[in-house]
Design a protein around this ligand. Structure first.
Ligand SMILES: Cc1cc2nc3c(=O)[nH]c(=O)nc-3n(C[C@H](O)[C@H](O)[C@H](O)COP(=O)(O)OP(=O)(O)OC[C@H]3O[C@@H](n4cnc5c(N)ncnc54)[C@H](O)[C@@H]3O)c2cc1C
Length: 476
């Protein structure tokens, strides 16, 4: 093989446009490259589908279900042992309001309400009305089983314990497959369209697409299930003793797990990490667990009458934010704050903009009516305004379809927290009732592209909105 033909061959496998930094091992010509490329060429094709969804949180699952309901043959891959993402692996069991910010008009439905109705039939969800902090408190473990059923009912091919590792290209450098690793080994799943729902935008990053991180990435949190934990007591103890136990100043909250005596505590914070970096992720996991133990040690020392029992740790630290993918439109902070309406809107959201600070304790909530609240458990809230009271409230913000479509690769979309959004806009859009809608939109758009044999960006957003509406979503 000549040097040129070898380069062409490698380009075919990893894509000619990739920067070498994405695959440092391929930066060196020689025997190592050749054997690696030959290895890839000889990988078995384990599946061929219309649409492959990477990442199986509710975002990914809802993308897959919507696509399948529009007659696409779909596979979904998930590296963990169950679907649900942060809602299950990281134990975060709260979904927010499906009404506008004043609780007058319902703005969200679709698979979000369908899933909550299914959980309600299992007594696995508690509903709360007119509350900015929570609307549905569910049992994360029951959600895992429910999502299994929903995936199977939709005839989606599920791949659990399956990690996406690299893209696969045909001879014309088109993205035609993904390389996955699981218990059976390495293999290629071929597809016509791809939805990157990995949270971190792993496929986009491996494709060398333009990604970015905000200056202050929201910190990750290790949640935990406890019995006998008094959260008020913990917050009070933290005020006096956090330094002794090296527990960072943060924001400790939690919720009951419906149908059990268990309490989900979300109180740790690992600052200064980017969980899309392997070393940072490892450090964050271990530091999060250390903080859980430190909280228990503090309670045992200073409130020995309390007997908190650790019931379960998450199978993954809760990751709020890593990289974002540059798309055809970036949602600006003011798009969200001012509740801008978009012609190609595919999601509505009213969750307040909620900034988990990297550089100080507590949260800042920015409401669409112009109110701003700095909240730090154990201290009084500090209320101010981020804009003058104009006597009006747009009630909700929207996410345009373009913020899910990267400019390169005609058969690729993203869905999830890697969306293209400025920092404050992202801080509200990131919650699950919003992410769910992004997933549904990605599934519908990819199916329409498939049936019309079009590039993703050529699909008419009016058609997407119509299909979303027909499938039960509220499209305003
Ligand atoms: C501690 C914490 C508390 C929060 N509180 C709330 C709350 O109360 N309510 C709320 O609505 N939102 C909350 N959020 C925000 C919300 O949970 C996230 O923004 C949302 O879950 C992001 O969804 P996602 O689908 O983009 O990503 P994720 O939920 O992270 O899902 C990504 C999925 O892709 C899989 N994956 C990743 N890489 C690969 C790969 N290479 N191969 C295969 N699979 C892969 C992951 O295992 C995961 O299942 C919280 C977040 C955190 C961390």
């Amino acid at each position: 093989m000549t040097n040129n033909s070898r380069r062409r061959f490698i380009n075919r496998i990893v894509g000619g446009s990739l920067g070498m930094s994405a695959f440092p091992s391929l930066a060196f010509a020689g025997r190592k490259d050749r054997s690696y490329a030959v290895q890839l060429k000889n990988l078995p094709v384990i599946d061929e589908v219309d649409i492959c969804v990477l990442g199986g949180s509710c975002t990914g699952v809802f993308a897959a279900i919507r696509a399948s309901r529009l007659r696409a043959k779909v596979a979904i891959i998930e590296k963990q042992n169950a679907f649900g993402g942060v809602a299950t692996h990281a134990l975060v069991n709260i979904w927010h309001s499906i009404y506008d910010a004043e609780f007058k008009q319902q703005i969200i439905a679709g698979l979000t309400t369908e899933t909550m109705e299914r959980l309600a039939r299992r007594n696995a969800v508690v509903k709360t009305s007119n509350n900015h902090s929570k609307a549905f408190t569910f049992n994360s473990q029951e959600l895992k089983i429910e999502l299994d059923e929903m995936v199977l009912e939709s005839n989606i091919h599920p791949y659990l314990h399956t990690l996406f590792s690299e893209p696969f290209f045909d001879e014309d450098k088109r993205l035609t497959g993904i390389i996955v690793d699981n218990k059976s080994g390495r293999g290629i799943i071929k597809a016509k369209y791809f939805i990157d729902a990995t949270g971190d935008g792993d496929l986009c990053q491996r494709l060398g697409l333009d990604t970015y991180a905000h200056d202050l990435i929201q910190p990750p949190t290790t949640c935990a299930h406890f019995e006998g934990l008094n959260i008020e007591k913990v917050n009070n103890l933290l005020k006096e003793h956090r330094e002794e136990f090296n527990i960072p100043d943060g924001f400790l909250w939690g919720s009951d797990l419906p149908g059990t005596n268990t309490f989900m505590m979300a109180g740790t914070r690992v600052y200064g990490v980017n969980c899309s970096v392997a070393d940072d992720l490892t450090r964050a996991e271990m530091e999060g667990r250390r903080q859980i133990r430190a909280i228990m040690d503090m309670v045992r020392k200073y409130a020995p009458q309390e007997q908190p029992g650790l019931v379960a740790l998450p199978s993954s630290i809760g990751i709020r934010e890593t990289r974002h993918v540059r798309c055809r439109y970036q949602v600006t902070d003011h798009d969200a704050l001012d509740g801008k309406r978009f012609e190609d809107a595919i999601a509505n959201g009213s969750y307040r903009l909620d900034i988990h600070h990297q550089d100080k304790p507590g949260l800042t909530f920015m409401y669409l009516d112009g109110t701003q609240v700095y909240s730090r458990p154990g201290y009084p809230n500090v209320t101010s305004r981020w804009r003058e009271d104009a006597g009006e409230n747009t009630g909700f913000y929207q996410v345009p379809l373009r913020s899910l479509i990267p400019p390169k690769y005609n058969n690729l979309m993203i869905a999830g927290r890697m969306l293209d959004a400025q920092m404050i806009a992202f801080s509200g859009i990131r919650v699950m009732v919003n992410m769910n809608q992004l997933g549904e939109a990605a599934g519908v758009t990819s199916s329409l592209a498939l049936h019309k044999n079009k590039a993703i960006h050529e699909v008419d957003s009016k058609d997407v909105r119509n299909e979303l509406k027909k499938g039960g979503s509220i499209i305003v």
